[in-house]
Design a protein around this ligand. Structure first.
Ligand SMILES: NC(=O)c1ccc[n+]([C@@H]2O[C@H](COP(=O)([O-])OP(=O)(O)OC[C@H]3O[C@@H](n4cnc5c(N)ncnc54)[C@H](O)[C@@H]3O)[C@@H](O)[C@H]2O)c1
Length: 245
């Protein structure tokens, strides 16, 4: 098992890539700390993950709320002793609007969750990692942060920030045993049943289909495991060879 005795905190774990990552990590023996604003769905994920690992803590937590984040991280560290892996996955992305039609309130909301959420989580978890000289931080960004998606200027800007934050922080903590990487999904088709190889055709990739939550979880697992011991400061695109449109 690739994550035996490791404890991993995943944000936005109720659905999609976050849920798939939680289940994948559970199967690899990790102890889980799962956060989301949607607590009802988190309970379901706890039940699913509980089939593979006995330690699953769930917390209703808004990552854009600094106090909530600090409280939850303290509690979780108290309960499990430490956090080895942090997956900053929670984000807002739905809602396409032209730049001129995007109110400042929407910009602030996206910046609050997608950028400051990553900042608050990282600031709360990193000291313990540095102290123990071991940590893995995986930020879920997006191809939007690399190429820029039209009618998603605010979203694209936040994901670009996550990618550059990843690269900068990696340099600060590389000699402290902490590896920091980003993954940038392209188009993803959510599949409730992660064992099904979901194959939705897509013009956005040269491979000709969307990716799946499970495929993204596989990459995140690799970066969270000791198999990625010489990789840091990278943004790895998982986009089926993206057509840049
Ligand atoms: N799905 C895609 O096509 C796609 C493509 C590129 C990048 N991504 C990125 O992948 C990540 C996951 O996306 P997804 O589509 O799998 O999930 P999603 O957008 O369907 O769900 C995200 C989860 O985050 C939670 N969440 C939202 N705001 C939160 C907050 N303030 N605090 C805590 N939790 C919060 C939601 O309740 C939800 O459970 C995101 O970072 C997204 O930007 C997704």
């Amino acid at each position: 098992m690739k994550l035996k005795d490791k404890s991993a905190l995943i944000t936005g774990a109720s659905v999609g890539i976050g849920r798939a990552t939680a289940l994948r990590f559970a199967k690899e023996g990790a102890k889980l700390i799962l956060l989301d604003i949607d607590y009802e769905k988190l309970i379901k994920v706890k039940d699913e993950a509980g089939k593979y690992t006995k330690d699953v803590l769930i917390y209703k937590c808004d990552v854009s709320n600094e106090e909530e984040v600090e409280k939850v991280v303290k509690e979780a560290e108290g309960a499990l002793g430490r956090i080895d892996i942090l997956v900053n996955n929670a984000a807002l992305w739905r809602g396409w609007r032209s730049f001129l039609d995007t109110p400042f309130s929407e910009w602030r909301k996206f910046i609050g969750v997608n950028i400051m959420g990553v900042v608050y989580m990282t600031k709360a978890v990193l000291p313990g990692m540095v102290e123990r000289n071991y940590g893995r931080i995986i930020n879920v960004a997006s191809v939007a942060g690399v190429y820029g998606n039209g009618n998603m200027t605010h979203y694209s800007a936040t994901k670009g920030a996550v990618i550059s934050m990843t690269k900068a922080l990696a340099k600060e903590v590389a000699d402290k045993g902490v590896l920091v990487n980003a993954v940038s999904p392209g188009t993803v088709s959510p599949s409730e049943n992660l064992d099904v190889n979901f194959n939705e055709p897509s013009d956005f990739s040269y491979i000709g289909r969307s990716g799946t939550d499970a495929e993204n979880a596989n990459l995140i697992l690799f970066l969270a495991s000791d198999e990625s011991s010489y990789i840091s400061g990278q943004n790895i695109q998982i986009d089926g060879c993206r057509r840049k449109m």
